[in-house]
Design a protein around this ligand. Structure first.
Ligand code: ATP
Ligand code: MG
Length: 580
């Protein structure tokens, strides 16, 4: 491709609304343009990268025996009513009516549609297992779209859904998909980690996320130093290394703590460490059916620890989604402000995190205005109903398998796989006949990759102050030939044209920067670095006069001078992948 005929939409200025490196670089390198919040157009250069990522995903899915389909983006409400998600999905699901006043939504995911397809097309064990996938547009009206295509409203997902006669078969395909995802992200040159994950509102039991490690990642992931345990923060468990405690228990007594309502203020007021405090949080409870009961549930954590909302929302007595009791409710029902709450409040039930169990002579709220207990201990008077892990693990915790300590890193979720069980197949009555002619509800798995997000994640891991540094296999072009002062030199024009033709003939994806003198050599160099093309040859009158051509590998500091007569051989070696 000739740059003079191409939409190279590079920009110098960093866009003011772009916070992350990938968002800034995708705009600056002319890969994407914003249409409206969370909606992006892919420009020619960006689309080339997206296509390559898509192709890697497609090849590996095909290799794993999955079959590609394409389902509509627009989905009828009836199917979502059948699974109950029309009511439970919330505002992320963009709903609208057609001209006949029928309800529809834009697909944020396709469990309903695929299960409807399969219940109609598959009816025998002989047709199973089956794994169907598509690479297609999703729409989610995200609460906070940000970071460009990283968290967009419209984005491309590869979503696959597998169907099985039994759990064993689901386990098998799940493992194949786990291996397939690792193969995909490895081929894309990403530094990634698979971690055990919460299955969120998609449902089901077993689930893993694939995270690309990056400081700008929105998620926290946890793994043990011996490498065997990995989970996302929502799920992770660990043991706090025990702190030395006093050996004899003192009798508790009240102190007036005034307006020291936060743990921080309390610690300053009493000159103690947060590790010596029990902090009390209060959330809404639920009844046996999971409905909000109006009861309040107390949660006890060591003062320096943070509540894990995902783990807490799963507790039997806690209403999900988690709802903290507001100050008026607490004052009205429990008789004091939240800052003075402690064990033995009038809450209907209480959960204690293991972090508070070993504490001796601790400080906690006295359930009385502006008052705390000092030297409290767990006993008949200061008690809890049940022990539950409700804490976010932290760096240095002991791994749950007892081997090694936990590290916490930030990650970008690029893939997510779930075992759905029969959640959707039961609701939509997707059954098949087994060998004995008995009707069985199929088991399902589902497997997603955020294809557009992968492009951004890749840039987060592969860039420097000059721009993007693409891995060879997804670079928009492999080679750029920069013409310098071509308007002054016939030789520059012929030599660069010859190399361009040669590279094209060899099947190299090559961009000839033949923009005229209005584009200075400096701008051409800067653009080639910004766009991140792996290989660059510079054809200038001066170097040609010296009998050389300058070569630079993106990401490496040094340039090389190639003798003019060796350039053809060098380009052939690029085609053979010898310089990658
Ligand atoms: P997140 O926790 O980031 O919101 P999710 O758990 O809602 O993601 P899934 O339903 O598991 O996402 O979707 C599968 C994949 O689709 C995710 O792993 C992610 O890579 C991608 N994805 C999800 N939401 C978005 C989005 N708003 N923009 C771009 N990619 C997304
Ligand atoms: Mg997810």
């Amino acid at each position: 491709m000739r740059a003079s005929e191409y939409l190279l939409a590079t920009v110098k200025e960093t866009p003011s609304d772009a916070e992350t490196a990938s968002h800034q670089l995708m705009i600056r390198a002319g890969l994407i343009r914003k249409l409206a919040t969370g909606l992006y157009t892919w420009l020619p250069l960006g689309l080339r990268v997206l296509r390559k990522v898509t192709e890697v995903v497609r090849e590996e899915m095909d290799k794993a025996g999955a079959m590609e389909v394409s389902m509509p983006v627009v989905q009828p409400a009836e199917l979502w009513l059948e699974t109950g998600r029309w009511q439970t999905m919330g505002p992320e699901l963009l709903r609208f009516k057609d001209r006949h006043e029928r309800d529809f939504c834009l697909g944020p995911t396709h469990e309903e549609v695929i299960t409807d397809l399969v219940r109609n097309e598959i009816n025998s064990y002989r047709q199973l297992p089956a794994n169907l996938y598509q690479i297609q547009t999703k729409f989610r009206d995200e609460r906070r779209p940000r970071f460009g295509v990283m968290r967009a409203r419209e984005f491309t997902m590869k979503d696959a859904y597998s169907f099985h006669m039994n759990q064993e078969s689901l386990d098998q395909t799940y493992q194949v998909m786990q291996a397939t995802y690792s193969a995909i992200f490895s081929r894309l040159g990403l530094d990634f980690r698979p971690v055990a994950a919460d299955s969120g509102n998609i449902g089901g039991n077993t689930s893993h996320e694939f995270h690309v490690l990056a400081d700008s990642g929105e998620d926290e992931i946890v793994f043990s130093s011996d490498g065997n345990y990995a989970a996302n923060m929502e799920m992770a468990t660990g043991t706090l290394p025990p702190l030395p405690q006093e050996t004899s228990r003192r009798a508790k007594h009240e102190v007036v703590t005034g307006d020291a309502h936060s743990i921080e203020a309390l610690c300053t007021h009493l000159s103690i460490n947060a590790t010596a405090c029990v902090k009390t949080l209060v959330v809404q409870g639920c009844d046996a059916e999971g409905e909000k009961s109006g009861e309040l549930i107390a949660l006890y954590l060591r003062g320096d620890q943070t509540l894990n909302e995902t783990k807490t929302a799963k507790l039997a007595r806690v209403f999900s989604p988690l709802e903290f009791a507001d100050d008026e409710v607490i004052e009205g029902t429990l008789g004091c402000k939240p800052g003075a709450l402690g064990p033995n409040s009038k809450c209907a039930f209480s959960y204690a995190d293991p972090s508070v169990l070993g504490l001796v002579n601790f400080v906690c709220g006295a359930n009385k205005e502006d008052t705390h207990f000092i030297d409290a201990n767990w006993d008949d008077e200061t008690r809890y109903d049940e022990v539950a892990d409700i804490r976010c693990v932290q760096e240095g915790d002991i791994s749950p398998d007892g081997k090694g300590t936990l590290a916490v890193k930030r990650g970008i979720e690029v893939g997510h796989i779930f075992q759905l069980g029969d959640k959707y197949s039961a609701a939509l009555k997707a059954t098949a006949l087994d060998e004995n002619g008995k009707s069985v509800v199929m088991s399902m798995g589902c497997y997603g990759i955020g294809v557009t997000r992968v492009v951004a994640a890749c840039i987060e891991q592969n860039h420097d102050e000059h721009g993007i540094i693409w891995p060879e296999n997804i670079a928009p072009y492999s080679l750029v030939i920069v013409q310098v002062d071509a308007h002054k030199s016939e030789l520059v024009r012929t030599v660069s044209e010859e190399i361009y033709q040669l590279a094209q003939g060899l099947g190299i994806e090559v961009l000839l920067d033949d923009r005229d003198k209005k584009t200075s050599p400096g701008v051409k160099f800067a653009d080639s670095e910004l766009i991140g093309i792996p290989h660059r040859l510079v054809i200038s009158p001066r170097s040609l006069a010296d009998g050389v051509v300058e070569y630079k590998r993106r990401g490496e500091a040094d340039k090389q001078l190639l003798a003019s007569e060796t350039v053809a051989g060098f380009v052939s070696s690029l085609a053979a992948g010898e310089n990658s």
